[in-house]
Design a binder for this molecule. Structure first.
Ligand code: T4K
Length: 370
């Protein structure tokens, strides 16, 4: 690791001087976790930021997904229709919840589950749909909701990438039965580790709050099989400070996106991401290295790494190709997801990426593909 290395991500950190008073408040109250005052404050501030009736904070996005699935009361062993083109946690949460993922191909234009292929995957064992707003690009939420309504299915959105994204569907995170956001270190909004469930349904919020705290109703009573998925006061303190500056962080990411668009647009064999039709958070910059490019994706990946630039192949391999997931049902050959997975390279994007860094990355890419 050298100081000139450029990783796909560099977490935004709050000013330590601003963190100190919040840490002092934790130290003096000795309330470290279990729905303390900072967790309550962050919950309220996020409800305002998301314009959502209910937010339930969790200690990471994966357990937030698990709790959201559990809160829907889906029959044990039933099937959840999802995308193979995502981070493995999307499907691991389904399996940990005692359910079975069923993989449906993605739309090659927005990389999200292809809503036109969902109906063919539904059987009498289907209980829910779990789409992902991949790279924060909104899914076709109204088409998905119509299918869910006709077939009486829950819809849990994996909105791990969608913090601060808006579209003309109304509040994106209030769609479906629930949406799950990740606040991991590598995300647009981070609390080091963390996540939340956003829902318009008070009963889902109540269930999540129970599930994340072992199911405790009081000192001596538990309701259902809960888990420990609570956010700590430290993570909430970080979150409160990050939220103050989130609009600046997204604007800085937008500038990085714009630089790439201006400097890579004429490169042969490269397809650049579009931010049209929605307001992006610029969390990812996925480039496709197309078949007619003179060099293939993995060669570009290795060549950049050898020069100290570390892009990532999000998402390769497909979840359905991992041996532990290969036995779950696939609706077809998943051709679109497969070709995206072979072509994608996520370039570094984060608020503190400098123009010098960007110039270096773009020159390297230009030399490789031209
Ligand atoms: N659903 C979706 C669609 C997701 O993408 C994710 C997580 C989840 C669910 C689950 O949410 P969480 O349970 O994580 O809240 C990263 C993240 O670990 C993961 O959160 C994320 N998706 C996924 C897309 O990316 P890795 O294995 O690529 O992370 P890692 O550690 O290699 O980090 C990438 C780069 O970031 C490093 O090369 C350097 C930099 N970095 C990373 C960390 C952790 C830092 O500079 N500082 C850091 O602390 O998975």
């Amino acid at each position: 690791m050298s100081k000139n290395d450029i990783y796909v991500n560099k977490p935004t950190l709050p000013d330590l001087r601003e963190l100190l008073p919040l840490l002092e408040s934790i130290w003096s109250s000795a309330q470290l976790t279990n729905n303390g005052p900072l967790v309550q404050r962050l919950t309220g501030e996020l409800e305002t930021y998301f314009n959502a009736p209910h937010v339930a904070l969790c200690n990471n996005g994966t357990l937030a997904l698990l709790c959201a699935l559990k809160a829907c009361g889906l029959p044990k062993g039933s099937e959840v229709i999802t995308t193979p083109y995502s981070f493995v946690a999307t499907s691991s949460a389904i399996v940990w919840a005692g359910l079975k993922p069923v993989f449906v191909d993605v739309d090659p234009h927005d990389y999200n589950i292809d809503a036109t292929k969902i109906e063919a995957a539904i059987t009498e064992n289907t209980s829910a749909i779990l789409p992902v707003h991949c790279y924060g690009r909104p899914c076709k939420v109204s088409a998905i909701q119509s299918i869910a309504d006709v077939n009486d299915l829950a819809v849990i959105y994996d909105a791990a990438h969608a913090f601060g994204v808006n579209c003309d569907c109304g509040e994106l995170l209030s769609q479906g039965t629930a949406s799950v956001v990740s606040f991991h270190a590598t995300k647009v909004f981070n609390t080091f580790e963390g996540g939340c469930v956003v829902t318009k349904h008070p009963e889902i919020k109540r269930q999540i709050d129970l599930l994340t705290n072992f199911g405790f109703l009081g000192e001596t009573e538990v309701s259902g099989i809960g888990i420990n998925a609570k956010m700590s006061e430290f993570n909430a303190a970080v979150g409160l400070l990050q939220l103050k500056d989130i609009d600046t962080a997204i604007a800085q990411r937008h500038s990085v996106h714009t630089y790439y668009m201006q400097h890579l647009q004429d490169l042969p064999g490269l397809s650049l991401p579009s931010d049209e039709g929605y307001s992006s958070n610029y969390g990812y910059f996925p480039v496709l290295i197309e078949d007619h490019c003179k060099i293939d994706r993995d060669e570009v990946y290795r060549a950049l790494k050898s020069e100290g630039v570390f892009p990532r192949r999000y998402f390769y391999p497909l979840i359905s190709d991992f041996p532990d997931y290969a036995g779950f049902r696939k609706v077809d050959a998943l051709d679109s997801a497969r070709s995206l997975s072979k072509a994608v390279l996520c370039l570094p994007i984060y608020p503190s990426l400098t123009t010098d860094d960007l110039r270096r990355i773009c020159i390297l890419l230009r030399n490789l593909v031209s």
